[in-house]
Design a protein around this ligand. Sequence first.
Ligand code: HAM
Length: 420
Amino acid sequence: MSEEERSFRAPRGTYDLLPPASLGWQHIMRLAMDVFALSGYRAVETPIFEHTEVFERGVGEASEVVGKQMYTFTDRGERSLTLRPEGTAPVVRAVLEHNLHKAALPVKLAYAGPMFRQERPQKGRYRQFWQVGVEALGVDAAALDVEVIELGKRFLSDAGVETELLLNSIGHVDPTCRGAYLEELKSYLRSRTDDLAEDDRERVDKNPLRTFDSKERATVAVMKDAPVITDHLCSDCDAHFTEVRSLLDDLDVDFTLEPRLVRGLDYYTRTAFEFIAGGLGSQNAVGGGGRYDGLAESLGGDPLPGIGFALGVDRIAIAREENAETDGKVDVYVVAVGDDGVRAGLKLATALRRAGLGADLDLAGRSMKGQMKQASASGARWAAILGEREIAGGRVTLKDLSTAEQLEVPLDRVVEVVQG
Ligand code: HAM
């Protein structure tokens, strides 16, 4: 029996998200969807699992994600299904399936949910992790790239994470652009085969761009002198990239050009970017994205350009500057002792809750002192104290827990005072 089975631990690479950390994490997820909505990105939910082919054809069989990291299983109907390792291919699949692209373009969608990759776990890298992201389909204008990039960077900043934006263009998959470059890259890599890490040698012919993703020291050294795609872009892609940079400048979005940034998924074309944050060790990419103008066709659909990003919620939570638990939702902690107290306390807490306020109370029979401790620990601004005297007079003592000031108010005015 393995250690996991014997001691009933969560599976390797997964974790339970418990309060109070869960509050900060939930805040990130909600804030993301709110901020994305302000730019016109509306929520989409796709299944947690898809037909394996969606990822094989969408993300690409030569990628690490598809080749080595997918949780793939055969169901009882002998279908090959895969827990989604990422959200872009499923969203594009859903857009094509439901013909969302036949209406006004671009189609702008936002999502938040768990993804699954069987990677070697370490700080910031898990086997179940959460992403928030957006996808915009149907328009290839550079302005859309810039809208998406600025949105990602601004949301991260709103969430308390300042990032460096790395930017590149990896051209179009055609013979006049990336095709010609790949031939040059291959011949360079062939001339250096013996210097490459052994595991990376087979990539040279299969998918040479992936050698830029390698973390192997020997390969990284070889890639330092490799030709870079930005020197070989066709004139259309070059103009598109120039426009992206100029529009980012207009919006005062700082970026660092990184000609070796190719991103790990095969669907990328043209703009590719990554948001890097401090304090995360080697897993310093809090998010990334780019254009994927050929993805819809790889999935058997009409040609449909697209761009998007995904941000890792687990990494955002680690990197958040205050890294604070966002305060709980309790505005008022009701402190009441004795049977009459519980009855009056439950009534008051319910009135507050019905008015849309957060309220909690002790139902475990603690002493007054014990309840005041609970009140402080709850993060509530107010303690509403119902002692015998208050109950008899139909009143409540409201104590402001941040200043220790107290005031006595009639029971039916508590909501009003707290809403203040
Ligand atoms: P990705 O770079 O594979 O892109 O993942 C985006 C982010 O998800 C990463 O930067 C990281 O923060 C987080 N992430 C990835 N793997 C893990 C992991 N094992 N543990 C914790 N966090 C992780 C995509 O997934 C693309 N779908 C992004 C995209 C959207 N491109 C266009 N549209």
